[in-house]
Design a protein around this ligand. Structure first.
Ligand code: ASP
Length: 439
């Protein structure tokens, strides 16, 4: 039983009055949903413009001395439509006037950007008959712009727990001087997580427009299965490799407190979505593979030197050359007399000549071989530790599809197997791995 739920609704879930009504129905259907975090109205259709984007546009127009009144009028009209259809009493003209004055006075972009969630949350609070709590009063950043966790968790916790229920705008908080600061784009997910943590919620629900996280990229694999349960660690691995469902920083606050996250679909509220937790529930059969994700754009720099294995510090010196040049390495498979460093091609290309020169002069290798246009695919699953023959299945699936493997890396935690392949084989390989490991 979840006694206390923090529910965050994303931009498409609150894009117009009919979406807000759906969200309100979901909120009211479970009394445990006492704290709601709202995004700004997002896209209603694919080439619609998000309110947040319009607000940023107002700011850049104002900064360039251009007329922003047309853009601001669009924002005002959109809210006016929502207010009318919801039948709430709300003075949008006054709110827009305050934004206009601040833009004219030369505000930072964060302030107007934050007004999308601010106004939407005030309207939603009125519609629900709930209290509105401004995020600027409960979410705090330090002088360096990092979240002041202690102050935030304590203040938000105390304030919210004294209330029956509340709507809190996502995406922003305040600096020590009181100025508004936003998180990076998509940051309402982070606010939801912070609020869940502050009130010690039993569950953080993240309501969006998909029925959970998919086990492979749907642009490449047809109808991939929804992941029902995933651990935080698996999520981290899949997100790192390109799967996206939540803002990256949204996991940490709830993860530390062991609060599970449930990704749900506002348009299909009966779907269970994806549950993200520290470990899988006991009654769930452990699957070996949870998901597959990949990225293109890697290069591998392979260094060969006979008797390398007898040379102490060879690998450290090689990695230090990359580090010194500001290039993080992604993987580092080694052989007896070979070592490869896999890096982001774009970053590497900027420092290519200097790195090669330094490798030659400092390590005196027999050969250096560079392979460009590599893609990496990670097959991720906590059950992989105990399942036998997983690597064989990965190689078999790729061999049957005629995909040559250029690199293999199994994380030390045995949570994933990563293969490097030619970018040209990426789509084929992803489909082969999905059919062989998940479908
Ligand atoms: N409205 C903000 C954005 O578009 C934040 C969010 O929706 O999470 O990025």
């Amino acid at each position: 039983m979840n006694n206390l739920i923090t529910a965050k609704f994303g931009g498409t879930s609150l894009a117009d009055a009919s979406q807000i009504k759906k969200a309100a129905e979901i909120i009211k259907s479970n009394p445990a949903r006492k704290f709601v975090v709202a995004s700004a109205p997002g896209k209603r259709f694919s080439d619609d413009i998000k309110i947040t984007d319009l607000l940023y546009k107002c700011h850049s127009q104002a900064k360039n001395g251009e007329d922003f009144s047309g853009t601001l009028a669009k924002i005002s009209e959109r809210y006016a439509g929502i207010i009318k259809e919801l039948g709430v009493d709300f003075d949008i003209k006054n709110e827009i006037e305050i934004i206009r004055k601040n833009l004219e006075a030369g505000t930072t972009p964060d302030y107007p950007a934050s007004r999308g969630e601010y106004i939407n949350s005030k309207i939603i609070a009125k519609f629900l008959g709930w209290t509105f709590v401004d995020a600027a009063e409960i979410i705090f950043f330090d002088e360096n712009g990092f979240l002041d966790e202690n102050k935030t968790f304590t203040t938000a916790g105390e304030k919210l727990k004294s209330l029956e229920n509340a709507v809190i705008p996502g995406f922003y908080g305040s600096m020590p001087d009181g100025k508004i600061k936003t998180f990076s784009r998509g940051g309402s997910d982070v606010t939801g997580s912070i609020i869940a943590r502050s009130v010690s919620a039993d569950l953080y629900e993240n309501w969006t427009d998909v029925s959970g996280m998919l086990s492979a990229d749907p642009r490449i694999v047809k109808d991939p299965k929804v992941i029902e349960y995933i651990t935080y660690t698996e999520l981290r691995e899949l997100s790192y490799m390109g799967a996206s469902v939540l803002h990256e920083d949204a996991v940490f606050p709830v993860r530390k407190a062991g609060i599970p996250i449930n990704i749900r679909n506002t348009n299909k509220p009966d779907d269970n979505g994806t549950l993200i937790a520290a470990s899988l529930p006991d009654n769930i059969e452990k699957r070996a593979v949870t998901g597959i994700a990949g990225r293109k754009g890697f290069s591998s720099i392979r260094v060969d030197k006979s008797m390398m294995n007898g040379e102490t510090g060879f690998g450290a010196k090689l990695l230090y050359i990359f580090a010194r040049n500001g290039i993080p390495f992604e993987h580092c498979p080694t052989g007896i007399d070979t070592i490869s460093v896999v890096v982001n091609s774009e970053l590497f290309d900027q420092k290519r000549e200097i790195i090669l020169r330094e490798i030659k002069s400092e390590l005196d290798p027999d050969f250096i071989t560079i392979e460009k246009n590599l893609a990496a695919i990670a097959v991720v699953g906590e059950g992989m530790i105990s399942a036998k023959g997983m690597a064989a299945r990965v190689f078999d699936a790729l061999a049957k599809a005629g995909v040559n493997i250029r690199m293999i890396d199994q994380g030390s935690d045995e949570l994933n197997i990563i293969v490097g392949i030619d970018e040209g084989n990426y789509e084929k390989a992803l489909n082969a791995l999905y059919s062989g490991m998940i479908a």
